[in-house]
Ligand binder design. Sequence first.
Ligand code: MEV
Length: 310
Amino acid sequence: MGEGRGFGKTILFGEHFVVYGLPAIASALGSTTTAKVEKADVQGYELIDNRPETPGYKERKKKEYEKLIENVINFMGVKEGIRITLGGKLVAASGVGASAACAASLARAINDEFQMNWDDDKINEAAYEGEKGPHGTPSGIDNTAAVFGGLLRFKKNLEGGPNTIEKMQIREPVEIVLADSGKTSSTKEVVDDVRKLKEEKPDEINPVFEEYKSLAEEARKALIEFDLQKVGQLMNKNHGLLQKITVSNSELDEMVGIARDNGALGAKLTGTGRGGLMQALTPGKELQKKVAKALEEKGYAVFRTKIGGN
Ligand code: MEV
């Protein structure tokens, strides 16, 4: 039996902007999706999906995952029937890179089962093909975080050449809180909407992209200098820009407000938006606990984790 895993991720800066070649910063999460692959007497593949989920996620994403799995299988040239068993602690939800973690773990497990000897770059290519199922036109940041882990700055090469992937180090891992709006969103739909908005209202939207460009440079510097106050402020600013491109919603804004009112240094949506997750920067166990509790009291499911340590 072949085995593999893929990291979940959170985007600290730059979701959506990254699709247009602007740099984004993501951190892998400690939770992973695991895949087991074994040869089986079936047509194509059989899927056993034991991942924990936000209610309704798997049903809503069924078609997209079918495409994801087919894309990975075809890209890797698997001709035999296989049984795939997904598991691990990463909750299948919008915003944590669940589909990318699945694609990465599947590619690794196929590589293991069929002794293909692919290196991480090739595995990442397979995971990217998989991501095209749910995403349509993914930037590649989610699969890159899922395959390589760690904290990374990612810039898509719009000409089709290799993307820029810069591994970043921070002084020590930092506590964050992720909170789930409970709503599953479609990355493809939201990315398509942003594209339409950009085409229809360039005078309004292009300046937002320009603002993000300088924010991205400041964010990189603040992280390297470990200036967490500044990182938090920039996260708040980034959330404002995401609101302007219409990818936030009332639950996300409410969660961001609760986190900030309870002392988070900064808070923003993470990932696709219009549902999915919010992330708050809460250095130290005490602050993390306080913010998590306040969100839980309002009925939101929370995950406490760290960035920069996986
Ligand atoms: C989704 O996790 C991140 C987006 O920027 C899409 C992408 O980068 O492909 C919304």
